[in-house]
Ligand binder design. Sequence first.
Ligand code: HEC
Ligand code: HEC
Ligand code: HEC
Ligand code: HEC
Ligand code: HEC
Length: 339
Amino acid sequence: MLIKEKKLLWGLVIVISMLLCGVGTGYAAVSGVCSDCHTMHNSQGGEPMRDDGVEAPLSALLLNDCLGCHTTTGVDPFVGGYPYVQLASGATDDNCLAGGFFSTTMGMGNNDDNHHGIGNTSEPAGFDEIETTWYTGTSDGLGCAGTNGCHGNETDLDDMAAIKGGHHDPSAYRILYVGTDGVVGSGAKDYEDAIIDDPSTSVVTSGDDQNVNIYSAGVDDPSISELCAKCHGDFHNESGTTGDSGLASPWIRHPTDVAIPTTWEIGGTDYIPDGDDYKHNPVGYDDATFDITNKKATCLSCHRAHGTASNDLLRWGYSTQDAGSGDEYGCLGCHDAQR
Ligand code: HEC
Ligand code: HEC
Ligand code: HEC
Ligand code: HEC
Ligand code: HEC
């Protein structure tokens, strides 16, 4: 074989194995010059470089912390590649990203606000103290990441240590883990900015133009609901949900990671969810693989992760039953027999 051909062959082998190993899984990495985000000494002309002007340097040599970078004074939740989870001008259910939004004043109620309160020391409702020994939020206050938060690992208290590498070389859906396994999922490139703004937008479930999140809801994958169960364990496992066999109707807590019966309209094997379904009642799939014949309920079918305008982070008001788009959403989005 000629040397040239050999090189070509090796090139192909490398490309194919990169594809097989999942290099470029589609999880987004940061771009831009280093100085946009990092400072080497937090000092320039004797003045601090940090965006908030504080002299003590931040971990990972950053100019900002999590909420510093992910909060905007503007009105658009997704600008210049930055996904914003807090809008100083006030976000709404129609102007936010898929994770929802944090209030501009963090709530300190005992599971009694409409968002996860950063700094809140209340125990998570449904806390399973036998399973969740690592959680330090009752003393450190709920944080973004690490032993007192939702993103990153369960071993480091420091936010940046907990998500180390997540922004440059992401290997888990939205930098989320259950134990050491990354949560499975496939994220909208615009964090659902377009669908939430206008649900009549055509849904794209894969590729560069993917505009909806495809959540995992399987028994084998670390599903998005298992992420919630890290802190709200009893709501997922204590005969509320599957994972073990033998759990079925009549339920004692609302199920998650269970299939929606195919006899229900949204569970129908020919029913393709549209933009309103993704906004008000998203379903999950085994291994986050889109499959209209096997749709499942997840925690996020009813809640958004960071917060919403409704009590309990719900996508719609529970007491009003109003999803803002007619009676085919909210609880009735799935339970069509009750419409
Ligand atoms: C858009 C913002 C942004 C830009 C631009 C950026 N970084 Fe980072 N970088 C981060 C954030 C946020 C973290 C900490 C969280 C993490 O590790 O995910 C980080 C962490 C790091 C780390 C420690 C984690 C690791 O991967 O080992 C290194 C090293 C690093 N950056 C180097 C660089 C270099 C070199 C550049 C320029 C080529 C650069 N960064 C550009 C945001 C950025
Ligand atoms: C220096 C600015 C900066 C800091 C600090 C920062 N982020 Fe980010 N973050 C970004 C940018 C820019 C993106 C969009 C690019 C990307 O997807 O990685 C992003 C993306 C993300 C994403 C979505 C990743 C994906 O799946 O597409 C998550 C989740 C996230 N950040 C969480 C955090 C958490 C948690 C912290 C603190 C521990 C943090 N960020 C700190 C700038 C920052
Ligand atoms: C790291 C632990 C942790 C994880 C993971 C977590 N939560 Fe929480 N959650 C808390 C804590 C602590 C509270 C109580 C403090 C508060 O209300 O902010 C809470 C409160 C809540 C509340 C009540 C909020 C209110 O104030 O009314 C809801 C609803 C909720 N979580 C849903 C979820 C969902 C859905 C997920 C998964 C996307 C999730 N949680 C993941 C820690 C967590
Ligand atoms: C994403 C779809 C979905 C949404 C939204 C949804 N449910 Fe369910 N619900 C299910 C599934 C799936 C089951 C389990 C059905 C089975 O056992 O086959 C279920 C079961 C139930 C049960 C138990 C029935 C039994 O047989 O034990 C009740 C009650 C219930 N849901 C009420 C509600 C209420 C109230 C809301 C709104 C707050 C709601 N559901 C929203 C999918 C959904
Ligand atoms: C079918 C819709 C639905 C699903 C699915 C669902 N929830 Fe809820 N959740 C609600 C409603 C409605 C409430 C309001 C309180 C109530 O009715 O129990 C609530 C309340 C909560 C609260 C606040 C409890 C308190 O004491 O204030 C937490 C925490 C919570 N849910 C977490 C979860 C987690 C974790 C999952 C997934 C394992 C989940 N939810 C799945 C509808 C749902």
